[in-house]
Design a protein around this ligand. Structure first.
Ligand SMILES: Cc1cc2nc3c(=O)[nH]c(=O)nc-3n(C[C@H](O)[C@H](O)[C@H](O)COP(=O)(O)OP(=O)(O)OC[C@H]3O[C@@H](n4cnc5c(N)ncnc54)[C@H](O)[C@@H]3O)c2cc1C
Length: 516
């Protein structure tokens, strides 16, 4: 049940800011202001794009990475950065959907990705708080004990090192848990800053503030930027989170976005080590972190479809309460939130975007497990470009199709999109512009039409057209981030209407301010 806007809390002690980005200087790169020619153009500079550029440039290919904003400031900068092949409870489900061979390959791709990160950190002595940790999925609910049992059976069948325990090291009692040994956590930004610097040393180019708006397919292909510049290239890698190039691939109908919330907190109790996630919802995700040399805890969870949440401050409050009850809360030091994309069958889409176009590759749909999946994607797409064999090509192929679960999820997701498309149009708003307090936003009516209004802390009113420029759904106000979020495909816009994240590429329309 959605809460009314005026039942929402409108403040929280901290501004959203990711610790990873706050603690690391990320180098600046220029905007692309000319036409260029490269072997591979990589669109999007998160963990996927930077790792792909690193691998390809190491092999001697001439690469250019372009990002619409700043590198690493997308989901990668707002993750919780557990590096694990334990992707919640998934192996038992995958066994029943895809069989043993494919499920084993999924595990191995992610295990190898963790090894790649571990070896790279060790070999180049990258100072990024990389520590080995055991990973647990735990349950406190009788209803989920059998699921943990099934997952343990799947581990045994697949030969995944792990164990079943009733009690974890956490300071509350659990009914059951499954542990995967020797996983890891880190701060991804110093790690990726190292890789980005290597891209430059290896002859690659990185451009920021450069939005890609389309690609002319062919050999070579031509990437077009919003400023009218062109990148001519033999290969294109779409690592833009939501693929920047959708025309025939129907990603809008095959992906959905879910947000989650994160707190970094000082606690009374000492954290016992390890990384944890609850099997049941609301999700609770835990790991440790050192902030200015002081041990703290990262608490995450409260996922929901983007633009479909209740008042968003409530998610932070729920995490705050959980931290207080579990560890005793001294202080919230940072808070942030982000979203990730889900495919229809829970496997990522990695490889040729369309089966008949071999030089446009994509990597997306990591389901909040992108620290390993992105590296698996970078390794696979590098193999495809350099024409080396990879055992993972078919498993992750974006052109794959399974009757089950694809059809079922397709119908549910797209019914949900249709519901929001219609519900947004019928929405009867009740706030008036003059009722908005400072630092408050809401949907209002202007001349009988739905409009989005935000009154900033100085009292100025910012009005936008709430129709999403991607496919016409109505965006919703997210008070915790001061953004307009689309409930259909997850595009997000600033309160002034600028695109924060896609699939939308165009800003929200302006609405004439007839109030002030
Ligand atoms: C709250 C949260 C916690 C998470 N915790 C974990 C975890 O503990 N472990 C784990 O494994 N995974 C985790 N994940 C998932 C992981 O963080 C993501 O899967 C991963 O960071 C995605 O990386 P990316 O490179 O694909 O996308 P991004 O980091 O979002 O990078 C995409 C880039 O593309 C750019 N871009 C977009 N459109 C265009 C365009 N048209 N032109 C040019 N550039 C463009 C964007 O500006 C952006 O910089 C978490 C996710 C969330 C939301």
């Amino acid at each position: 049940m959605k809460m009314k806007q005026d039942e929402c809390r409108t403040t929280f002690p901290q501004f959203p800011e990711s610790y990873w980005l706050a603690s690391t200087d990320v180098p600046n790169f220029p905007k692309l202001n000319e036409d260029i020619q490269v072997d591979v153009a990589i669109v999007g500079a998160g963990i996927t794009g930077i790792t792909t550029a690193y691998l390809l440039s190491k092999k001697g290919l001439h690469v250019a990475v372009v990002d619409a904003g700043r590198i690493l400031h997308g989901t990668t900068g707002h993750t919780t950065a557990k590096i694990t092949a334990q992707h919640d409870l998934i192996y038992s489900e995958f066994l029943s959907h895809f069989g043993k061979e494919k499920t084993r390959l999924y595990y191995e791709a992610n295990r190898d990705a963790l090894e790649f990160i571990r070896q790279t950190v060790e070999e180049y002595h990258i100072d990024c708080q990389f520590t080995e940790e055991d990973a647990y999925v735990y349950t406190c609910a009788d209803t989920h004990v059998e699921k943990i049992n099934d997952e343990y059976k799947a581990y045994k069948e697949l030969g995944i090192p792990g164990s079943y325990v009733e009690q974890t090291p956490l300071p509350f009692s659990t009914k059951a848990a499954i542990m995967m040994e020797n996983q890891a956590q880190f701060n991804p930004i110093p790690f990726l800053r190292y890789l980005a610097n290597q891209v430059i040393r290896q002859g690659g180019k990185i451009y920021e503030q450069t939005t890609v708006v389309g690609v002319d397919k062919g050999t070579p292909s031509i990437i077009n930027t919003s400023d009218g510049h062109k990148i001519t290239c033999n290969y294109v890698v779409s690592s833009s989170h939501f693929p920047f190039n959708d025309p025939n691939s129907l990603y809008f109908a095959r992906l959905h976005a879910e947000r989650s919330y994160v707190l970094a907190v000082k606690t009374d109790k000492t954290y016992p080590g390890g990384m944890y996630i609850s099997a049941e919802t609301p999700k609770r995700s835990l790991r440790s972190v050192l902030i200015n040399g002081e041990p703290m805890v990262i608490v995450g969870g409260e996922g929901h479809k983007t633009g479909q949440g209740i008042c968003t401050f409530q998610y932070y409050e729920a995490l705050e309460k959980f931290a207080e009850q579990t560890f005793g809360l001294k202080e919230i030091v940072y808070r942030w939130s982000a979203q990730d994309l889900y495919s229809l069958d829970k496997l990522p889409y990695i490889g040729q975007e369309l089966s008949d176009v071999s030089n446009i590759l994509v990597a997306t749909g990591y389901r909040k497990w992108g620290m390993t999946t992105s590296v698996a994607a970078a390794l696979l797409n590098t193999n495809l470009i350099t024409r080396e064999e990879s055992p993972y090509q078919d498993l992750f192929s974006p052109s794959r199709f399974h009757m089950d679960p694809d059809i079922k999820t397709f119908v549910t997701q797209n019914a949900n999109v249709a519901k929001h498309l219609i519900a947004g149009k019928l929405d009867i708003s009740y706030k008036k512009a003059e009722e908005l307090e400072h630092d408050e936003g809401s949907v209002i009516r202007v001349n009988g039409k739905r409009a989005g209004a935000y009154r900033d802390p100085q009292g100025a009113l910012h009005l936008v057209d709430t129709t999403c420029t991607h496919m016409g759904c109505e965006v919703e106000w997210n008070e915790a981030e001061r953004t307009w979020d689309c409930p259909c495909h997850g595009s997000r816009f600033s309160y002034q209407g600028e695109v924060i994240e896609g699939p939308a590429k165009k800003a929200l329309g302006k609405v004439e301010n007839s109030y002030e």
